[in-house]
Design a protein around this ligand. Sequence first.
Ligand SMILES: [Zn+2]
Ligand SMILES: [Zn+2]
Length: 401
Amino acid sequence: MSLKNLPKLCGENGCRLMAKHKGKHDAYPTSAWSFMRDKDKKKLNKAGLATPRGGNKGAYQNHVVRSNKVIIPYESLPKLSLSNYVDGYVIRLYPEQYFDSVGKPKTSFVSGTDAWIAIGENAFILYRTHEVLENLPPLPEWSIRTLEQDGKPVKKRGQEVKDVGHYVLRISGLGNKKGIIKGAAQGVFAPEYANREINYLCQCVLAWLILRTAGSPYTTTQAKHLQAILDREGLLDESNYEYKGLLRRGLCSCPLCLRFIDYNSLHDTISYAENSSSENAAEQIEGSTRSTTVNLFHLEPLLYSDRIAHTPINVAWGHHNCNAALGQRRCRSLAELIELDLKVGIITPEGIETFGWIADDYEMIRSPLGAVWIRISQDGIEDSFFEAEEDSHLADLSDEE
Ligand SMILES: [Zn+2]
Ligand SMILES: [Zn+2]
């Protein structure tokens, strides 16, 4: 089929330009989607940026590419594989995590299992309240964390730029005490991280999916270069996209609700007020009150884990509202659920009428006609409460007997 007449790529030093190109090699050519409109290019560029989470409060960097230094919360260390973060990391500790008492670090940081964590080298302390700053102040020899190049302070991160200092203040105002913001932003939210290669391939997949939206102003013949790049990475097999619900009958669809994605909805905006649950949206940008109808969508949620989550096989375009409804759950496709073979049905005197398939973690039910159900709370959150309920319920039942 069309795969046969894809152009050849250069391939030298991982170069993804067309064979026999002029000029320098480039492993990450955005020229693969240069035929697209500016607003689409912007959307793809944005997909390559880490979404600010908690923004300034957490000393996170805003509006930078995913392939950046990450902040690793000390408490999340056991879940992570530090070797994933090839662009660097810095461990964040709260004063309570580091200090035993005023001026005295916990023994584990001095001579124990945490002795490899060195404040000012691979770690920093984050102060968030006036109270903690007073009760567990920085050590006298410590300084505010800043950026330096050749011994001089600079504002922006860069190749030759070093982090110096030990702590950052992100203190909110309280009563007559003013807020204090001191110290450089330290990095991006670790679950948003992707190295340059992965980040680029995600953009390629997303560009390809834009091309497949309903009413897209592009044709596949314009995207030969893009297809060649995807093909070389094994990312052009449409059956994979259909299986996961990113494409339906060849058109881009929302992985959750399966409705076709209209090209214009990539750029139309909706107000958050239209959907009150969107405050929890995984992809919501802090401080912004509007979103496009369709946004970057991750099939597996971006959580602290030992794997990079923003990968070419985990990205899609999906409705903002579907994203919000999905929350931090994994989006399973209909095909996946059918494979699990756990049918759900309604018991009637005539028998059982099945209407869909449930995920083995009971988080989601899908009907073959397109409906989706998502679990919004779990059993047994308050054991004592449910036990009491159960007892009285049983009593009621026995009365009926
Ligand atoms: Zn080349
Ligand atoms: Zn949707």
